[in-house]
Design a protein around this ligand. Sequence first.
Ligand SMILES: [Zn+2]
Length: 450
Amino acid sequence: MQKSTSVHELIVPRWIVPIEPAGVVLEGHAIAIDETGTVLAVLPVADMRERYVAQQETHLPDHVVTPGLFNLHTHAAMTLLRGLGDDLPLMEWLTTRIWPAETALLSKEFVAAGTRLACLEMLRGGTTCFSDMYFFPDAAGSAAREIGIRAHLGITVIDLPTAGGSDADDYLDRGLALYDRLRNEPLLSFAFAPHAPYTISDATFDRISMLMGQTGLPMQIHLHETEDEIRREVAEHGIRPAMRLERLGLMGPSLTAVHAVHLDDREVAMFADRGVSIAHCPASNLKLASGIPRIAPYLDAGINLGIGTDGTASNNRLDMPSEMRLAALLAKGASGRADVFGAHQVLHAATLAGAKACGLDERIGSIVAGKQADLAAFDLSALDYNPIFDVASHLIFVAGREAVTDVWVAGKAVVRKRQFMSDGARAAEGRGASDIALWQNRMRSQLDAR
Ligand SMILES: [Zn+2]
């Protein structure tokens, strides 16, 4: 390597938690990013200066840099329904609040405005990729590209007509056309996202299964969220939902089960054996009183477990740092084992495990040479954050999303010193308040008219 090799940017933080190798905190190291947004090297600062000349150096003397956080499950556009129908159980919340509001308001414009707001909130809090399940994924994808965040777009399917599609085949046909058009967009990736077993027929599952074989796309679905859902499915199909998916040949490494709050021991073993991932959404599960999943046996079985916020109507934040803290606390409290879900394991869940669930772990999820530079910097200088004995543990139990100062997506600084850098993000921020007022007023007049 020649001494004068030029790199696009050198990031020099106090600490780096690269996720790979596991359990490591690097001090006195730097990250070199090349012109294509790829991590070129992670090396001690002195070695880095020997080898490279940086066009730009970013010094972060009180910061820890991690891979950008991966929100494994959300409904981004629902930011416009934030806090609608609090304190209701899942089915009543869906049928009396969320679905009527969506019936009245759902459109491309609604999804674009809501997703823009979600992208801003997530980026500010260190999230650089989100797996989305919502209608009009074309509008969500445009919003994400505009702002400069990575999006894993669900081709969302439900056996109900909405403004987003007339039936399951229509949702799938539109989604596939979108996939064909945008499959090479660098910040976008795709998945099939059937809503839940109770809203999807066997025939629709069969078509999705065939399309997964043809396209190689993964699948994400709400599964075993509540005991009530399982009871209803047993009454209708004679078997529990996960066993129904097993019978349909869908339990495999391409599947991410969202929630998986209620799994019996046999199902835990089946998930592990088939390589099914879980998107754990602790705040949503608590808020909708769905239950507390038994994270300890899931991890003991070796299940790939990522973390998601779910939508803002059931959370009501898109706040991955607070979700990590809650996930860690719940796993310990529910198992009676303080050693369960340690800090490095939680960080892995919120980064690389999410990427793996979506088939993106070759590209993102850890800070290693050859991967895309999707990064988040947390400033740990505040008095409230000190003293610091264990940086990884601090990221889980002390630092909130307010600590995030700088965020890169594919090597591009999208947030610097808490300010948005891209034109798209600035424009979205500028129009955010008027977007919210517009849609809140529309919803109020729709609800008044009912
Ligand atoms: Zn959800």
